[in-house]
Design a protein around this ligand. Structure first.
Ligand code: HAM
Length: 431
């Protein structure tokens, strides 16, 4: 029996693969991350990478015991049949805060801006844009409570979207207040829902005790009906003075910079570490339930992870696959095949090693490939074309003895003869 890849994972394929679409193109993934890197590094963010697996406790304490991620979606890592107490990371933030604390990054000038990219793992039911191994571009700022940092983070997220050329993106902005505001809101929700207990889904009954706010995010149609019927007041009505002022300041900066957003009182977010500013980016092509990315402030997370000091923080993450699906929905084509600048083919078997040597030394200057067998000119041109090559050099015994190259431009048909010694200069000029 053939072995297939695990459910909910994808292969990222090379150009010209028969099953290639934007979201599974390795080249498109690389292109997207490179664009994001440029935007983030210009804003002063530095790359950080943490392990793909972490202590399970990091995620339980960081992401929160009442979340779907911790309760249903963790991949546990076993080795030699022994349980190591590790899990595959479902997100990047808790680990980045851990790394900040563990490596003394507090000594670096604050606020410290960090970014990362890599695979994340959640055992979700597979759907379009919902995978068990997916990829995030993640940005985090540590060491400031300033609303200006929140606004800059949101603006940067929009900056990445623009750099990619995506247009139909909406920023949904909310605030989930300080912990005491949330407590007041949860008390209100408990009082509201307890008399309706029988009508709540099983999951939401559970949420009512653990974290009532998560009921608002329920996927059950019955729950959503009940919510509409009860006319639940939004979290925003419960913001305390400080959280309210912070939220208004974030909005004022965004407005001043012309960053468009909609206030969305229903923003809940699926992770427990958030407080104050929280937001998501949405796109029609990916569907209302699936955000392109989301983020928020998490000033209490470092202490949750054992820090004696408060280390305020804020950040966001994009789902790379979802960004690619959105780009596809907007009609973006697959990236052009990046073919070799030079393709060298020998016309006779004896000259094949010479063709190989010519291509290999050309690699100091450009991408160069060669034919592993002698070829007739027509076959060589056909093969070079399929590989997307620009220039083809055919090597016969005449060329080899005279130290020349006969070059042909596959795209324009232009032909020229070149002294082999001038190849480096030629490639540099045409790179
Ligand atoms: P999140 O909202 O859980 O936040 O995930 C961020 C993004 O990752 C989502 O908006 C979505 O695009 C993508 N994503 C999540 N789960 C899946 C999945 N199963 N399949 C495909 N894509 C998925 C976080 O992870 C936070 N750490 C963001 C953050 C950073 N907050 C502060 N700093």
């Amino acid at each position: 029996m053939a072995i297939n890849r695990p459910k909910g994972t994808e292969d990222h394929l090379p150009a010209l693969s028969p099953k290639l679409t934007l979201d599974v193109s390795a080249q498109a993934h690389g292109w997207l991350v490179e664009k994001a890197r440029r935007v983030l590094e210009r804003a002063g963010a530095q790359r950080i990478d943490t392990p793909l697996f972490e202590e399970a406790d990091l995620v339980k304490r960081g992401v929160g015991g009442s979340t779907d991620i911790v309760r249903k979606e963790m991949f546990t890592v076993y080795y030699f049949g022994d349980h190591g107490g590790y899990i595959l990371r479902p997100e990047g933030t808790a680990a980045i805060v851990r790394a900040y604390l563990q490596n003394g990054l507090k000594q670096l000038p604050a606020p410290l801006k960090l970014w990362t990219h890599g695979p994340m793992f959640r055992a979700e039911r597979q759907q379009r844009g919902r995978l068990r191994q997916f990829h995030q571009v993640d940005y985090e700022v540590l060491g400031s409570t300033d609303a200006l940092v929140d606004a800059e983070a949101i603006a940067l997220m929009v900056g990445v979207v623009r750099e990619l050329g995506l247009t139909g993106v909406r920023v949904k902005l909310g605030s989930i207040g300080d912990p005491e505001d949330r407590e007041r809101y949860n008390t209100y929700l408990r009082e509201l829902f307890t008399p309706q207990l029988e009508r709540l889904s099983d999951d939401s009954k559970d949420r009512l005790t653990r974290n009532p706010m998560r009921i608002l995010d329920s996927k059950s149609a019955g729950d959503q009906e009940l919510l509409a019927e009860l006319g639940v007041r939004p979290m925003l009505d419960f913001l305390g003075e400080e959280a309210g002022a912070h939220f208004r300041a974030v909005q004022a900066y965004l407005t001043e910079w012309g960053v468009e957003y909609d206030i969305d009182p229903s923003i809940v977010r699926g992770l427990d570490y958030y407080r104050r500013t929280a937001w998501e980016l949405h796109h029609e092509g990916v569907g209302a339930k699936s955000a392109l990315g989301g983020g928020g402030r998490y000033d209490g997370l470092a202490q949750e992870l054992g820090s004696k000091e408060t280390i305020p923080g804020i950040g966001w993450a994009f789902g790379v696959e979802r960004l690619l699906l959105a780009l596809e929905a907007e009609g973006m084509a697959l990236p052009e095949i990046a073919g070799p600048l030079l393709y060298v083919a020998a016309l006779d078997e004896v000259n094949v090693p010479h063709a190989a040597r010519t291509a290999m030394s050309a690699r100091a200057h450009a991408r160069a490939e060669f034919a592993y067998r002698a070829m007739k000119p027509a076959a060589a041109f056909r093969d070079a074309e399929r590989r997307g090559a620009h220039w083809v050099a055919l090597l016969g015994t005449d060329e080899v003895t005279q130290g020349t190259l006969s070059l042909k431009n596959i795209r324009t048909g232009e032909q020229r003869s070149l002294a082999a010694a001038d190849l480096a200069t030629f490639l540099q000029e045409h790179a």
